[in-house]
Design a protein around this ligand. Structure first.
Ligand code: COA
Length: 161
């Protein structure tokens, strides 16, 4: 494992929290007229990449996607806003919670359509892993997400060993 000791050791979740927006276009839909799940997961994955690259100050790959939950469809013309926030970091991986919300621009009201947990790993261009800064929760909600993320990280490690 390569180390860069001069880099910051921790960041609060807000440091790398990322919000990206898309409009559902007819070409993004499935045969039922709703947003195609694969397109949505691609948008969410890109948000997780942007967020974890900022947290890690480096390149990352997606190692795993857990708990993906499609709770409602989105329709053409709706805006989809995706929020990605780091919850917990191991040594070279960072867990990112990603939530997608859809809204019609006319009403402004929005609802969650999908959520998932991404595990992103910092790598060099030749695929070696690198350390990432810790996540330093500040608010009560962030502390709860951190503890939940830590439990998921430990259970993922157990299931891989
Ligand atoms: C992710 C990857 C770099 C891990 O490489 P590796 O040699 O297995 O590395 P390690 O076993 O040392 O694991 C590195 C970290 O990743 C985590 N990790 C690796 N595979 C994982 C998986 N499938 N699920 C969850 N976490 C995983 C480990 O827990 C470890 O975390 P930690 O350092 O925070 O404790 C490698 O498996 C890979 O390149 N996968 C393909 C990634 C890809 O192509 N993604 C799609 C396009 S971006």
């Amino acid at each position: 494992m390569h180390k860069k000791p001069q880099e910051s050791n921790s960041h609060p979740p807000s440091f790398a929290e990322t919000r990206t927006s898309h409009m559902v276009m007819p070409g993004d839909t499935n045969p039922h007229g709703g947003l195609f799940g694969g397109a949505l997961v691609g948008w969410m994955d890109l948000s997780a990449v942007l967020c974890s690259q900022k947290h890690a100050s480096g390149q990352v790959v997606t190692a795993r996607i857990d708990a993906i939950d499609f709770v409602a469809p989105a329709r053409p013309g709706q805006h989809v806003t995706i929020t990605a926030v780091p919850t917990f970091a191991g040594n070279t991986s960072v867990e990112v919670m990603v939530t997608a919300e859809a809204q019609y621009p006319e009403s402004g009201s929005s609802r969650v359509i999908c959520s998932a947990i991404f595990t992103m790993v910092r790598v060099t261009p030749d695929g070696h892993t690198l350390p990432v800064p810790k996540v330093e929760p500040e608010t009560e909600e962030q502390k709860l997400l951190y503890e939940e993320g830590k439990q998921r990280y430990e259970s993922r490690r157990k299931s891989r060993s």
